[in-house]
Design a protein around this ligand. Sequence first.
Ligand code: COA
Length: 259
Amino acid sequence: MSYETITVEKRGKVAVLTINRPDKLNALSSQVHAEGVTALDELRSDGSIRVLVITGAGEKAFIAGADISEFEGQTPVTQRNTFHERSFFNSIDTFPKPVIAMVNGFCLGGGNELAMACDLRMASENARFSQPEINLGIMCGGGGTQRLPRLVGEGRAMEMVLTGDMIDAATAERFGLVNHVYPSDQLEAETMKLAEKIAEKAPIALQLSKEAVKFASRSNLDEGLRREVDLFAICFSTEDKKEGVSAFLEKRKPEFKGS
Ligand code: COA
């Protein structure tokens, strides 16, 4: 499949999806949303791909938010449809393989919401984060008011959402908004190192682990513990569980097949 606003590159077991509108700081147009959803549908069923990395083209921005130029033509209904149900955000959230955001510059509005829909966030030292919607007289619509407080706590999220102020990468790391920060010239190598490490793990156990961790902020402790033990039990039906246990006992490296 060829796309106009994104590129998808397969590097062994890792796919790299790049938002490719550097002249518009990779703003999320409705075409980016649509192509992103299509690409994720394809990668979802591609057994050769075990981890997805999402990044933005160019040195300046990861994603500078929703494409503001499209706001004028939107009705409440069309805007709601872009941001809900079959949205790029939700496709990432429910993607059955680990997704890493590689944040290489401005990470604003819908960009920060998209990064937060990913499972892990790696950032360059020049990355900047904000939810600036309030400055446009609107509010977050891609998960900002829900995912941000879960990652950084209510007080910090409230300050970002109510002021629209940018925070730098060191602050984002201190808040827990990003997992790691690296100098710009090391970001890609470090992100790929992490992606390749995860790509060697058992795919079904990765999928179920992701589901369980995400469920933690969507349930109470008792429901979460019940869900975890059910998913843990499913692992015992897999070939990869046999392989993992045998490899440990035989003192060799396991080779997981995703079955
Ligand atoms: N939507 C549409 N276009 C955008 C955009 C967005 N969210 N963010 C940047 N662009 C475009 C600019 O309009 C400009 O296009 P042009 O060259 O055709 O005029 C181009 O990207 C470069 O941006 P520019 O503003 O010239 O760069 P800058 O270095 O002066 O400022 C930012 C960078 C990120 C501070 C500034 O672009 C900005 O504030 N963007 C909007 C961020 C935002 O509010 N996002 C949330 C939307 S809900």
